[in-house]
Design a protein around this ligand. Structure first.
Ligand SMILES: [Zn+2]
Ligand SMILES: [Zn+2]
Length: 241
């Protein structure tokens, strides 16, 4: 009874067909993409930069892609393509993270030993105006899973977005993106951050402008180490898509 009612509610939210290939979605755990599209998730080669997780030809501690990175370390599930991209676009419209995505997040976060030192989990905030319009902050829903996987407190109020910036256009380059978010975050309680290891969470890492600006802000407020986690990273430069 409970099960069928839950199915009914979910069927109101989800299409029964995969948004990518049109085949039926057989498990509600998979959300809006089918198991086949999930399994086609672009898996990255094992040789990665230890710092920013980008694919590299020889495993290294730092690479050209993270020379300017402010975060001490970045992890993500995969490139911003296919099922991950579809799930994240959906999350901007509905406050729902399917079980498959939650499990993938927990696994990735648990696999990174450095993250065990994180003392506070901070979602990248939306400007209050945008959060009112959307009704929720999608980064906070993702950060809940990260906090849960690590058993660390989620502190959504510590970092605030003080300047309303327009969403970045798809073509905006790194310099334009960095300029548009510069100085747009403030810390509401520096006391909480002083000397701490912080893990910032966002949905997508595109040029890194947003997460790195957040990192700069919490570091200026006294955070000792600042890690980052994004569900997906735009890696067109690495693969040519
Ligand atoms: Zn599919
Ligand atoms: Zn790197």
């Amino acid at each position: 009874m409970g099960r069928s009612f839950a199915d009914f509610l979910l069927s109101m939210i989800f299409p029964s067909r995969c948004v990518l290939c049109g085949e039926p979605v057989e498990s509600l755990a998979d959300g809006i993409t089918c198991a086949v599209c999930w399994s086609a998730l672009d898996r990255l080669p094992a040789a990665r930069c230890a710092r920013c997780h980008a694919p590299v030809s020889v495993p290294s501690e730092g690479c050209p892609a993270c020379r300017e990175m402010v975060l001490d370390r970045l992890r993500f599930l995969g490139p911003y393509t296919g099922a991950l991209r579809a799930q994240l676009l959906f999350l901007k419209r509905k406050p729902y993270v399917c079980r498959r995505l939650r499990e993938e997040i927990r696994e990735e976060v648990a696999a990174e030993s450095a993250f065990r030192d994180a003392e506070l989990i901070l979602p990248v905030p939306l400007h209050p105006r945008r959060q009112r319009e959307r009704g929720y902050n999608q980064a906070e829903l993702l950060a809940e899973e990260v906090a849960c996987a690590l058993g660390r407190p989620l502190r959504p109020g510590v970092l605030r977005r003080a300047i309303y910036t327009k969403p970045h256009g798809a073509g905006a380059d790194a310099v334009a993106r960095a300029r548009s978010v510069a100085g747009s975050f403030v810390v509401t309680s520096a006391e909480i951050l002083r000397g701490r290891v912080v893990l910032l969470v966002d949905d997508v890492y595109t040029t890194g402008a947003t997460l790195n600006e957040c990192a700069r802000t919490v570091r200026a407020a006294g955070a000792r180490v600042v890690y980052g986690f994004a569900v997906a990273r735009a890696l067109g430069w690495a693969f040519g898509f």
